[in-house]
Design a protein around this ligand. Structure first.
Ligand SMILES: Cc1ncc(COP(=O)(O)O)c(C=O)c1O
Length: 468
């Protein structure tokens, strides 16, 4: 590649020594190149998957998902046990949810965090015991609260004063005692994208620390509510321990203050544990987060002379994200001439048959991803490229900065790594594009988890539409 093109690449993006190589840190453990040069996942060639299910297609490496789920649960269990308490891990279902995923979460012994009536309905349909479900949401309707209490969900996280009365009245009407947490806006800013950071003062989530004691008193005044403890979620895709440490430093003195008025058995520190999307990312291992948080909790509890509460966590992305990939078919290709400060270069724009409708994260957050040519190997040179979608937005980008082989061509298959989390969940029908299928692959076999949306599905709500 000419040095001119490097001018148009971000500093973090390294040109691969071998354009056909697989960067282990971003791909599921079951993904490999076969002897014939194409890529297989859990022993199933990607070409076979694309032929059978069409593209775009989300493929989840089931063994990889399970390995991550086990590792995360064990990390939190071990860290909690080491400081003399126990842990509860809630899989954040907003990252990826289907009834099959609920079954996996159940098998893994994890709890499940849902945020809406829709996620709750799917969780219940997936068969997990309701007492293992925690309901979140910053604006739960009475209807959603009613559904949750009727279903006997384990916990509800209160996000505003209004919800206290709502939950108490529904629980009272059913003569039940509903366990609740209270979400705190701790003012901690996790080092992540602004829209991914959720515990700063000027945003919609949670209750200011100064307002919490009065609200907890209110909760305790209702005989149909049981207060479990504080909850904080400081953001998502976090690599640094600092935010979590600062968060527990702010929450535990408040936790101690609340102990004066009754029991506070648990402390929920939320999710947000980051993953690798590109070779430049170096996400800490989940054990590092677990141990560091647990050590800090133990230290502060000892300083405050209080017993260590049960620790709760809500990881989503770190379980579902790296286990999923998306397969796309390559369509049109353009070499776009670049010119900046008198320096010229070329960027190859590679269009695929999906885009921001199946992966909104690059356009929402400027998220980076890593692609590979998956249907064959190439001996061509690597060229600075951008993978773009088929939608009517110039921001419809799936991979903003990457290297692809110069000879990439229409009908090649492209795989994009780490799309398991917040891609299907955020998918849309923009431009009336149907949403992709999801398949799970394991030990050479394939299971359809969610069929591809059809035009009939998409247009079913339009009374004037009829299929030819
Ligand atoms: C309250 C809450 N808990 C947990 C999560 C999961 O975050 P992540 O998938 O980054 O672990 C989120 C994500 O936004 C959240 O809002």
């Amino acid at each position: 590649m000419s040095s001119n093109q490097k001018k148009f690449a971000p500093e973090w993006l390294l040109e691969p020594k071998d354009i056909n190589s697989i960067e282990q840190s971003v791909w599921p453990s079951g993904l490999a190149r076969t002897a014939s040069g194409d890529v297989s996942i859990a022993g199933v060639p990607v070409g076979q998957l694309a032929t059978q299910f069409g593209t775009p297609l989300m493929v989840i490496d089931q063994n990889d998902f399970f390995a991550r789920g086990k590792k995360v649960k064990k990390a939190f269990d071990d860290a909690a046990a080491r400081i003399g308490t126990s842990s509860k891990t809630y899989y954040a279902s907003k990252s990826l949810l289907t009834t099959e995923i609920v079954k996996w979460i159940d098998k893994l012994g994890l709890n499940l965090d849902v945020s809406t009536g829709g996620e709750l309905a799917l969780a219940l349909a997936g068969g997990i015991s309701p007492d293992r479900i925690g309901l979140h949401g910053s604006n739960k309707s009475l209807f959603e609260i009613g559904k949750a209490v009727t279903a006997n969900v384990g916990t509800i996280v209160i996000d505003s004063d209004i919800e206290i009365e709502r939950i108490a009245s529904v629980a009272g009407a059913q003569d039940k005692i509903q366990a609740v947490r209270i979400r705190v806006n701790s003012g901690v800013h996790a080092h992540t994208h602004e829209y991914l950071a959720t515990a700063r003062e000027d945003q919609k989530f949670g209750i200011a620390i100064s307002d919490v004691p009065a609200l907890v008193e209110k909760i305790r005044s209702h005989s149909h509510l049981k207060f479990l403890g504080l909850h904080s979620h400081i953001g998502s895709q976090i690599f640094s321990m600092d935010g979590f440490i600062e968060s527990v430093r702010r929450l535990l003195p408040l936790h101690k203050q609340l102990l004066a008025g009754g029991e506070v058995p648990e402390l929920n520190v939320g999710g947000g544990f980051g993953i690798n999307y590109t070779s430049a990312d170096k996400a800490p291992e989940i054990e590092q987060f677990a141990d560091r948080i647990a050590d800090e909790v133990a230290k502060i509890c000892s300083e405050l002379e209080i017993s260590v509460p049960v620790l709760c966590f809500e990881p989503g992305r770190v379980i579902s994200g790296p286990a999923g990939i998306t397969l796309y078919n390559v369509g049109t290709i353009k070499d776009v001439q670049l010119n900046e400060d008198g320096v010229s270069g070329v960027r190859k724009y590679v269009s695929i048959d999906g885009g921001m409708s199946d992966n909104a994260r690059p356009s929402l957050y400027g998220a980076d991803y890593s692609p590979i040519l998956a249907s064959r190997v190439s001996s061509a040179a690597s060229v600075l490229s951008r993978v773009v979608g088929k939608h009517c937005e110039s921001g419809d980008i799936v991979v903003k900065n990457c290297y692809l082989p110069e000879d990439i061509s229409p009908n090649d298959l492209l795989a994009v790594a780490a799309t398991g989390a917040y891609c299907h969940s955020l998918a849309s029908n923009y431009n009336y594009v149907t949403r992709p299928a999801i398949v799970a692959v394991k030990d050479g076999s394939v299971q359809l988890v969610l069929r591809a949306e059809t035009e009939a599905d998409m247009f079913a709500r339009d009374p004037g539409y009829s299929e030819e």
